[in-house]
Design a protein around this ligand. Structure first.
Ligand code: PLP
Length: 222
């Protein structure tokens, strides 16, 4: 099926409160334009350089989400335009995002990545690490960022019960962190669910799914 048909099918089953991030990493501008022309406006990339290049070439009303692991020294390449950074997993990174956002006189929305998977390869912080950050004096001084939610990635496994349990963990971390409210922290988003598990994620409370291959087809990394 075509990209626009895939997109239409997925959108037809997403509840209204769930935002679709079309994950376009490794895919050419022509593919992204097909999704754009079908009405999609939010795209996710996992490499800052690649996202910046696509941003240059494409319509400016596209909202670019950084969904990958973020290296501090590359924040400057996306600070001017990025719409949401999903994978924030430490305080120093928040400080750098704040600093770069300030240079462009804007506020950048961020999600805290919480480690829910049992795999060592997945990034993220624990609930108590997230709490400590959000309640700290240093955090409240970061006027150019806003933490708007949490993000997590489940273990890559066939075991639906395990995936479900991990998504439920993220949902409960969200519910607990949501009680912390100040100027730059208003939690409303739970980013969880990809092509293979977005249905489960939505059942577990996801409000934002990141879907790549089910829209654009399998990725070729060569
Ligand atoms: C690649 C990627 C996705 C999308 O994966 P698909 O299985 O192709 O839907 C979602 N989230 C993150 C963080 C990714 O890196």
């Amino acid at each position: 099926m075509s990209i626009s048909e895939n997109l239409k099918n997925i959108k037809s089953i997403l509840p209204n409160h769930v935002t679709l991030v079309a994950v376009s990493k490794t895919k050419p501008v022509s593919d992204i334009m097909e999704a754009y022309n079908a009405g999609q406006r939010i795209f996710g990339e996992n490499k800052i350089q690649e996202m910046a290049e696509k941003h240059e070439l494409m319509p400016k009303e596209i909202q670019w989400h950084m969904i990958g692991h973020v290296q501090r020294n590359k924040v400057k390449y996306m600070a001017e335009f990025v719409s949401l950074i999903h994978g924030v997993d430490n305080f120093k990174l928040l400080q750098e995002i704040n600093k770069q956002a300030k240079k462009h006189d804007r506020i950048i929305d961020c999600l805290l990545q919480i480690k829910i998977a049992s795999e060592d390869s997945k990034f993220g912080m624990t609930q108590s690490e997230a709490e400590a950050i959000l309640q700290s004096e240093d955090f409240s001084e970061l006027k150019n960022i806003r933490v708007t939610g949490v993000m997590g990635m489940a273990t890559f496994t066939e075991d639906e019960n395990q995936v479900k349990a991990e998504f439920s963990t993220l949902k409960s971390v969200f519910e607990s962190l949501k009680n912390i409210e100040n100027e730059n922290c208003k939690l409303q988003t739970i980013s969880m669910g990809m092509s293979g598990d977005y249905q489960l994620a939505i059942d577990s409370g996801s409000t934002m799914v990141r879907v790549g291959s089910s829209i654009f087809g399998e990725r070729n990394y060569n």
